[in-house]
Design a protein around this ligand. Sequence first.
Ligand SMILES: [Zn+2]
Length: 395
Amino acid sequence: MTNQTIYLTSLDKDVIALAQDFVKYPSITPDDQGCLTHLAQLLKQKGWQTHIVIYENVTNLYARIGTGGPHLCFAGHVDVVPTGPVEQWDHPPFQAEIHDGILFGRGIADMKGGIACFLSAINTFSLPKDASISILLTSDEEGDAINGTKRMVDWMQENNQNPDVFLIGEPTGNTVGSVVQIGRRGSLTGQLTVLGKQGHIAYPEHFDNPVTKVVACAHSLKNMLLDRARDPDFEPSRLEFTSIDTGNTASNVIWGQCQGRFGIRFNTQQNAADLAEKVTTICRETAQTDPMIRISGDPFLINKSDSKDKNWLSCVHHGLRKTTRQSAQETTQGGITDGRFLTQLGPVLEVGLPEQTIHQVNEHVSVDDLHQLKSCYVNILETFFYGASADTQPE
Ligand SMILES: [Zn+2]
């Protein structure tokens, strides 16, 4: 962790330069490359209380300005996925080059650009006396997600940090401000290893084919009843096999072992523990084997019958409409995020940059999108802290 270059040198730069600074840290999960410590120093200079919290090899930052309420927390991650083949990038993944109004870089959309937009929005915003804004950033979202937000939720409770609402800057939708993420599906993955007896394919009396059992199990799992009804807020829960494999390259040998892998993305009609139990029962019945199951998280959804959740959602809608002049769509589609941990503490909504290029070679966003997202965040902050009536005059 020594000799790391400091790219973040000021929070007063414009949003584009700030986003470029973030991209220049090659912070492949879970190594933040010093980024969060450098950011903490800058926030401290501006009067924020900052806490760098390290769990094993993961650095987390919690910072807060103000001591009272209301209290809005912006959450996210500075770690990025690997670049893939660097020679396939048109512009180097960590140099943040801009060509024809497009900023290229690993993590610019997911989600360093979102962080830059939020920091820049706060810089132009005057927080009411006694109110608070906090920032929770981790470098363990794209990886195991064990020593990041998950543990920071416990840390926040132990340290009496209780934000009223959470905004995550993860990529959402195809155009800035057109979509607000109001929840996410849960995720569970399973692996089933079935042992048989190896033998020549022409002598069925001498072998026991494990593939047959895995296929039967796959069939039963696919036919398992998931949702009882169509869910108005979510896509149907869905199980997919990602692999059935023996590693066998010969055509006349029955292999002695077969592995099946599957994943389930599920809505709020399910919970992970019950689902794991159901899946285990089916694997036992059809393949006489217990699967290895990993639960990534239960689904979550904003609670529209709760007044705090409802208010937060209408603040975000109002802020987006003020920026885009259109109503944002609500969605629960897409992959999992750290929202699954934060939902324990308060209502979570997500608004960020376009998601089309995330995790791809040549990840990019337009400079205009960064300006637009910053404006969305400014309008969300204004609505949350000063109310919707404070900005009724047309701009
Ligand atoms: Zn992300």
